[in-house]
Design a protein. Structure first.
Length: 366
């Protein structure tokens, strides 16, 4: 991910855009102030420093290669050239190490290349770059066609513009299976219901039929999403072939708002039971007897937020258990490696290279 924002004096970066940039890129913020060409480093949570009329080039980092620390926070000096700095949005898999980011590695390499060759060198990569010279007080944008220009401000990615409202009723609801894959970085506005009645049919997975006035006012979760996320959701739902995305009215916090929603265009709700809400169930605990046969199961709705309690599955008479429950690290739900906190609001797994938010992390709890 990552995003670079280039703002001149007299231009405005909307506060919501700055906040979104920090939320989806939580691993550090670096700023070069274009009125003084001084460099400052911040946590992403300190995004309010950008609420200013001062001109700047800012970089919010989302770590893909390299440790999460100040040393890997943009901008980077280009080798021994103290006046030349680099910011990058993208990933170069052939560069970097577990400790050093690919961008930092690239900046070091640039210092060994003549300045007039930088453009051809950088534009061989499918990334967005900006170089800044604090002596001449100039900067240069590379791969400009990949950038977004809005209201006089340059953005290296458009996923910080959450211009669309979408209402979801199935596996994309907050905390459900597809939410974790597609919507964790989008802004959750709250839960509501469709203003009109529609048939919600559940056959393993739920689907909504475009038959207004039939069924129930269906329970939905509402998110603000970017063009990028909306495109991903269209692909997931098979829009416009299997599902069709259409605008409807949703009641949210007492107000009627216009949201996109996905209707199934291949199924009919006639003769089917109509539901008001969909709840996704997960197998929380499974107990096996001496013959390894399933003895009993407890199913807990995924929306309940219930977490696996290690003490529930330990024998009450266990005298040899030496778990330090209070100091036990959170672990990855995919590969069960320990997770490391990034000192902001997320956790990283070195085993499978996945990232998790605070709410997604399973902990051993007393």
């Amino acid at each position: 991910m990552c995003v670079i924002i280039i703002k001149q004096k007299g231009r405005v970066v909307p506060k919501e855009v700055a906040k979104t940039s920090a939320r989806i890129n939580p691993h550090g913020l670096g700023v070069i102030w274009l009125d003084t060409f001084e460099v400052s480093y911040h946590k992403s949570t300190e995004y309010k420093v950008l609420y200013t009329d001062r001109p700047y080039i800012a970089h919010f980092r989302y770590a893909t290669i390299g440790a999460i620390n100040k040393e890997n926070t943009h901008p980077f000096r280009c080798g021994s050239n103290k006046q030349e700095w680099l910011m990058m949005n993208g990933t170069i898999r052939t560069l970097g190490t577990a400790k050093k980011s690919d961008s930092r590695h690239l900046a070091e390499n640039l210092g060994e290349i003549p300045r007039h060759k930088w453009k051809s060198h950088l534009e061989q990569f499918d990334c967005r770059f900006v170089t800044i010279n604090t002596f001449s007080r100039t900067f240069q944008i590379y791969n400009r066609e990949l950038w977004t220009h809005r209201d006089g401000v340059w953005y290296s990615k458009d996923n910080v513009f959450e211009d669309h409202l979408i209402a979801v009723y199935g596996t994309l609801k907050k905390g459900y299976s597809n939410y974790n894959r597609y919507l964790t970085t989008s802004k959750f506005l709250g839960s509501g219901e469709t203003k009109d009645k529609y048939p919600l049919v559940i056959k393993g997975l739920p689907y909504l039929i475009e038959d207004k006035g039939t069924g129930h006012n269906v329970d939905v979760d509402v998110f603000k999403v970017s063009n990028y996320t909306l495109t991903q959701l269209d692909a997931l739902e098979g829009h416009p072939v299997w599902y069709r995305r259409k605008l409807i009215q949703v009641m949210l916090k007492g107000k009627s708002v216009t949201c996109w929603i996905y209707f199934n265009s291949k199924q009919s709700g006639k003769g089917e039971e109509h539901h008001k809400t969909y709840e996704q169930y997960s197998n929380k605990l499974a107990w096996y007897d001496e013959q390894d046969e399933l003895e009993s199961e407890e199913f807990i709705p995924a929306s309940s937020g219930v977490q696996l309690n290690l003490l529930d599955i330990l024998d009450d008479d266990c005298d040899d258990c030496d778990f330090d429950i209070e100091n036990e690290k959170p672990f990855c739900v995919n590969c069960f490696h320990d997770l490391e906190h990034d000192m902001f609001a997320n956790y990283h797994c070195s085993g499978c290279d996945e990232w998790f938010t605070e709410t997604e992390v399973l902990r051993f709890r007393p």
